[in-house]
Write a protein that binds this ligand. Structure first.
Ligand code: GUN
Ligand code: ZN
Length: 445
């Protein structure tokens, strides 16, 4: 890894958000909406890993005896993406054919996750996954490892070595899963407490009580997770909810006392402003109100929802009810770690519902919106003095078609939308974590 340059001056086109752009249409002439912060050809100044200033290139020349200078003019610099729901061991089964959720878990996912009981497999998998996140421009993530302590430990240690902001925890599942992939309430509590003691709040890490989904935890295990949530300050919770219709019907059979799938988690004391629930497609009005009341967020995973045929989320309806929505790849149900591919799919999901998703709204949900929903906006999500320098540097276009299209954009939203729709990890030039360049596409200019 490269040494931390004490002072980094980085010249590029700066794009971030200072508020939620909402569902407003872009201004036809400028392409802008309130909330978008566009600072073309600026220097971003970073000292000891933190952003300390932003200066127009016309008004500032960094002294290269003081600054480590990166003149990347003509490229786009954004905060590193935040992927709010992704499974590290599922790179082994990404792009598996022919199933919906429950079959997909049985056929592909559970067998693959079982292999991560082997510490060597878990360690190699964690390294591959973390480097792949960075090579896709994602610097922070909320991650499911497996039920095994070895895989959780490898992920936490790997993220810590890289200085990454990661939220994760051992997966809890004590029923309806094959041998080798189940824990029990007592062992799960012991392992979770031990991991929390050693990792929660260490560097940039936070621990999440990680309930796979309601069908794979007994009511006793859900209650244990809820107890720890009440006991340990700052713990996150991550799970899945209302992804697939057969899954929703199964949860209704398993928990007849609950009003809804979401209510299963509420009754166990698992919903608060640090709860991250993937999917949330098949929710009703009372569920949306419950999300708003508790502050729990939905990690919308459009690529996964299309690939597994799960359904089309009512994103504006969730927000109209006061619920928060962030964006997630959900690899391996999702088919790419690229948040650009994810956002392009989010546009298509809303298009099928007759809703227009702007590039602004989409990009906000993968940067500042996610940071705010996770309670981390003092640290990540903006190009703002005081925030850690988690950055991704992008080419506006890769390949002849995108280059041709980029040259024809008449205003900023058109250009950014084409970039988002046509782009992927091949557009990524470099990624910094707290001011350290941890990924560079070779050769760079
Ligand atoms: N529900 C329970 N486990 C999973 C998983 O691994 N992926 C997805 N997409 N949904 C789930
Ligand atoms: Zn998932």
């Amino acid at each position: 890894m490269t040494a931390v340059p004490d002072r980094l001056a980085l010249r590029a086109d700066l794009l971030d958000f200072d508020a939620d752009p909402g569902w407003a249409s872009p201004d036809p002439a400028t392409g802008l909406v309130p909330g978008v912060r566009w600072r073309p050809d600026h220097w971003l100044l970073v000292e000891a890993g933190r952003i300390t200033g932003v200066q127009p290139a016309a008004a500032f020349t960094p002294d290269d005896s003081v600054w480590s200078v990166e003149d990347q003019r003509g490229r786009l610099l954004m905060p590193g993406f935040i992927d709010t729901h992704v499974h590290s061991p599922q790179l082994d089964v990404i792009a598996s054919y022919g199933t919906e959720l429950l079959d997909w878990l049985e056929t592909y996912t559970f067998p693959a996750e079982m292999r991560h009981a082997d510490p060597a497999v878990a360690a190699a998998g964690a390294e591959l996954f973390l480097d792949a996140l960075l090579a896709h421009g994602s610097t922070s993530a909320v991650v499911f490892p497996t039920v095994h302590v070895s895989s959780t430990e490898a992920l936490l240690a790997g993220a810590h070595r890289r200085g990454m902001r990661l939220v994760t925890g051992k997966v809890l599942m004590d029923r309806h899963a094959p041998d080798g992939l189940r824990d029990d309430v007592t062992g799960a509590e012991r392992d979770s407490r031990d991991l929390i003691r050693r990792w929660h709040g260490t560097g940039r890490l936070a621990y999440a009580m990680t309930v796979r989904f309601a069908p794979t935890s007994t009511p006793e295990q859900l209650a244990m997770a809820g107890r720890l949530m009440g006991e340990v300050p700052g713990l996150y919770m991550q799970t899945h909810v209302a992804e697939n219709r057969a899954e929703v019907a199964w949860v209704a059979e398993l928990f007849p006392e609950a009003r809804s799938y979401l209510d299963v988690y509420h009754r166990a004391g698992l919903l608060n402003e640090r709860a991250v629930l993937a999917h949330g497609i098949w929710l009703d009005e009372a569920d949306r109100a419950l999300l708003a009341d508790t502050g729990a967020q939905i990690a919308h995973s459009p690529s996964s929802n299309l690939f597994l045929g799960s359904g089309l989320i009512g994103w504006p309806e969730l927000e109209a009810a006061g619920a928060r929505v962030s964006l997630a790849s959900d690899v391996g149900g999702g088919t790419s770690l690229s948040m650009l591919r994810t956002l392009a799919d989010a546009y298509k999901v809303q298009a099928l519902r007759g809703v227009r998703l702007t590039a602004w709204k989409a990009l906000h949900g993968a940067t500042l919106g996610a940071a705010e929903a996770l309670g981390l906006s003092d640290e990540i999500g903006r190009l703002e003095p005081g925030r850690l320098a988690d950055l991704a540097l992008w080419d506006w276009a890769a390949g002849p078609v995108a280059t041709h299209r980029d040259a024809r954009a008449r205003q900023l939203h058109e250009r950014v939308f084409a970039w988002m729709t046509l782009g992927d990890e091949r557009n990524l030039a470099a990624t910094w974590v707290a001011g350290r360049a941890l990924f560079r596409r070779t050769p760079t200019r």
